[in-house]
Design a protein around this ligand. Sequence first.
Ligand code: ZN
Length: 324
Amino acid sequence: MRDPVLSLAAGMLALWLGTAIGTGAETVRSQRFAAQTPAEARQWQARARETLVRLMMGGARPAPVPLGAKLLGHEQPAGRPFHLEEWSIQTLADRRAHAWVAIPKARLRKAPGVLALHGHGGSGEQVIRGESFYWYGPKLAELGCVVIAPDIGQHTLQHTNWSLMGERTWDTLCCLDYLVSRPEVDPDRLAVAGLSLGGETAMYVAALDTRVQAACSSGWLTTIQNMKRNHCPCWHFPGLESHFDFADVFACVAPRPIVFEIGEKERAPGGFPLDIARGAFAEVQAAYGVFGAATNAVLAVHPGGHVFHGERFWSLLQTVFGPP
Ligand SMILES: [Zn+2]
């Protein structure tokens, strides 16, 4: 069982570490992407994934546990072409994730499966119901995808040798395992999309799990230096900036198609401004270029602020997956 006092102490330590490290020296980036050929790039990706897992998830890839999925509820939202289910999923021997699933009613064949991830302060339920900023949950289900939306916003660290982003990402990866286990889902057509913290988690999920064939990271593409300015430090974990910047994590996704969304009204501090995103995007696109796939990375600039836009991602899904 989770010890609430220990968890609180660990959570505070994580936040303190983030703040303390975040004000430290300039980054080293010892594993910066610098490959020149596809073979070198794949070798670099394998090593980068290992490093990320080690830093984020307690030193080594966690041992998989049976999903132990428990149905908590189901409903038919009025006037919607999908039904909803609420699930609890085992992610570690002592940990469970909570997630909502939307299943389109009309299906001619197995459907694409999409992880739809909420932002800081949001919830999986808001995504699946299309509340607040999260209209993309129902939209994806209306497009014919089976959608899973886990809760990933917790700020209480359960395992002291993990990081918050490690626990959030691992829960999300286990939700992908669950999605693949559903008979309605085509395991060869999997995607991830999210806004803000959801865009950050989408980055780690797509980087670490090559089953993900298309991604949309909205309101997130940025640098570590920008995140040190007036953001909640839950993005940070020891060792991140001495090895990587976020462009390197995204380089692990290459050459799989990805859309980055940034709003023209984003501002620093506290936001995800376009000029910083353009610099990071140039690095990501160069990594895609090594695979001869520079056009698979798309920066979709929209006129809004810190919101999910969707347009380029819907067309990407159509291109990569075909009709649902
Ligand atoms: Zn936070």
